[in-house]
Design a protein around this ligand. Structure first.
Ligand code: FAD
Ligand code: UQ1
Length: 410
């Protein structure tokens, strides 16, 4: 029973950024977002390490949606792109001329037996930085740790910020070292991926760090079950048929399996894997020309981050304005993404790369090294940029800074 020129579905990083940009040009905008709280999720890593509090990562949804955009606090129940409508959980129908889909990823906790129960249990030693609901538990588990196996997992699915499962491990390692009990801990990284990171330059450095800091890395191993009565975690070996291993843990930081939201997967907007089927360069839907996508829910083969959302936002914006004006679209996204790999309480490797997995670094110094300045940027500058520049529609990623920094150098 609503109608608008432009509908934005999802009011996370991508949706709010697009609302800010598009509402400067178009007055008839509706944004659909069910939650009344907005989180700056990249801060969760620091919250897990006790460096920030949950309230520092949170704001009201009302405060991050432009005043002239109509926020409907509800969620999409079904997409009907043939008829240019969506239906919502409350039973409304919303008709649109153009739509941006930015509904992020869904956590599939149930794909690991016993995970929910273990997370809910107060003294289980099982935690995850990935959810606002559980992130504060991570630091409690870390503070209570007094020896044994500390295991950090990466699931067998694409995830948000592929570096985050190991950032908290380096922070934990540093924490225990500073506390003087590092020798009581076995720190173990168990990842479903074939290497510690997807980009060779950073993977080599991270593997060196693991070797130097006595962290053991097991690749192609996937957490499938947690027995929180006996503190045992079971892993399957992805390259060996029928092989599993159970290990006792004192601390277990889990990255839950993730996937596209069910509502997207069952719609005709998705590709065979369930992601929003967009052209990876123009970000326009491959079938429905009046639909665009941004962020984690799209089929773009890039590492899913807020940094990628920033770089995508200017492409979606320019291409949508052209489509709305009946012009050809020409703006292209290069796959830029970035991952600030925090390696402890004072250092960070700032990985930046494109679709070809080639480093695309902003600053004219080797960002593959652990640097204090990058840690300070992660802790102080990026949250400021997010709330005050990106969500206001003025941050398109660091491309301009990179060009200035590299002027005459490349
Ligand atoms: P989100 O911001 O997740 O927003 C999706 C929105 O859609 C949500 O608000 C949700 O409520 C809404 N929604 C869902 N279903 C529906 C529906 N049916 N109808 C309507 N609305 C719906 N990125 C970085 O760049 N750097 C980092 O260091 C970094 N670290 C991270 C660490 C952690 C622990 C986590 C969890 C993430 C991290 N990220 C990082 C990733 C970053 O937060 C995401 O990539 C980014 O938020 C993606 O934006 P999005 O708009 O696609 O999805
Ligand atoms: C970035 O632009 C961004 O969006 C605000 C992030 O999200 C939190 C990031 O983590 C990073 C690293 C970038 C890239 C920014 C610079 C200055 C290199």
């Amino acid at each position: 029973q609503h109608s608008c020129k432009l509908l934005i579905v999802g009011g996370g990083s991508g949706g709010c950024t697009m609302a800010a940009k598009l509402s400067k040009y178009e007055r008839d905008v509706i944004i659909l977002e069910p939650n009344d709280k907005h989180y700056y999720q990249p801060m969760f890593t620091l919250i897990g390490g006790g460096m920030k509090t949950i309230s520092q990562s949170r704001s009201s949804t009302k405060s991050v949606i432009p005043k002239n955009v109509n926020w409907i606090q509800d969620k999409v129940k079904s997409f009907n792109p043939q008829g240019n409508t969506v239906t919502t959980s409350n039973g409304d129908t919303i008709n649109y001329d153009y739509m941006v889909v930015s509904i992020g990823l869904q956590y599939n906790y149930d794909q690991i037996i016993g995970l929910r129960e273990a997370l809910e249990k107060k003294d289980s030693g099982v935690c995850t930085n990935y959810s606002s609901q559980y992130v504060e538990k991570t630091y409690q588990v870390l503070q209570n740790f007094n020896g044994g196996n500390a295991i950090f997992t990466f699931p067998n699915t694409p995830i948000k910020c592929a570096g985050a499962p190991q950032k908290i491990m380096y922070i934990a390692e540093d924490y225990l070292r500073r506390k003087g009990i590092r020798n009581k801990a076995n720190i173990i990284y168990k990842t479903s991926t074939p290497a510690i990171f997807g980009v060779k330059k950073y993977a080599q450095k991270l593997q060196q760090i693991c070797n130097a800091r006595n962290i053991s890395v097991g690749t192609r191993q996937n957490l499938i079950q947690i027995d929180s009565t006996q503190n045992k975690a079971t892993f399957e070996f992805l390259d060996v048929e029928n092989k599993t291993e159970s290990i006792e843990y004192s601390m277990l930081h889990v990255t839950p399996p993730m996937g596209p939201p069910d509502v997207l997967m069952k719609s005709s907007l998705s590709n065979s894997a369930g992601y929003l089927d967009v052209d990876p360069y123009t970000l326009r839907h491959n079938i429905y020309g009046n639909v665009f996508g941004i962020g984690d829910c799209t089929s773009c083969p890039t590492s899913k981050t807020g940094a990628a959302v920033a770089a995508q936002s200017i492409v979606v914006f320019k291409n949508m304005i052209n489509v709305m004006n009946g012009k050809n679209i020409k703006e292209k996204y290069d796959g830029y993404t970035s991952c600030p790999l925090v390696t402890g309480y004072s250092k960070c490797i700032l990985a930046e790369f494109d679709y070809d997995l080639k480093p695309l670094e902003t600053f004219p110094i080797n960002q593959g090294n652990e640097l204090r300045i990058m840690f300070l940027m992660k802790k102080h500058a990026l949250p400021f940029i997010y709330w005050n520049i990106m969500l206001k529609g003025y941050w398109n990623g660091p491309k301009t800074i990179r060009k200035i920094m590299h002027f005459g150098l490349d």
